[in-house]
Ligand binder design. Sequence first.
Ligand SMILES: [Cu+2]
Length: 146
Amino acid sequence: MKKILCVVALSAAFCVNLFAKDYEVKMLDVNAEGTMVFEPGFLKIEPGDSVTFIPTHKTHWAKSVVIPAGASKFEGKLDEKFTTKFDVEGVYIYECPPHKIMNMIGIIQVGKPTNLDKVNAAVPKLEKRASENKGRLENYAKQIVK
Ligand SMILES: [Cu+2]
């Protein structure tokens, strides 16, 4: 019985890997949504998927701010393409450190929103820091699929 369970578990892990996707988030000075902005700002993916942050415009990088329990923090480097894999389900909020005051911030939802309470508590606090593009993070948070 233990052997069978092990085989099932192994093939499930393999399947997840087979269908894992890589998504792209552009780091921009401006788009239709406003200035200093991630595109897309809200992204829904599945566990095992990866996201690559693309330095389309200069002076940006992505750093995690709120992550689910058990997940790893992430941070790219200035003007560098950066890929990170998301294995732990939940909602991740990340920002561009030099432009957080302009609300350069984004949300990646990985599977189910396991940490919604934490996210709902963080969003108003993060919005308060923004002197421009107010309400952007709130808009993204509304797109979280429950
Ligand atoms: Cu930036």
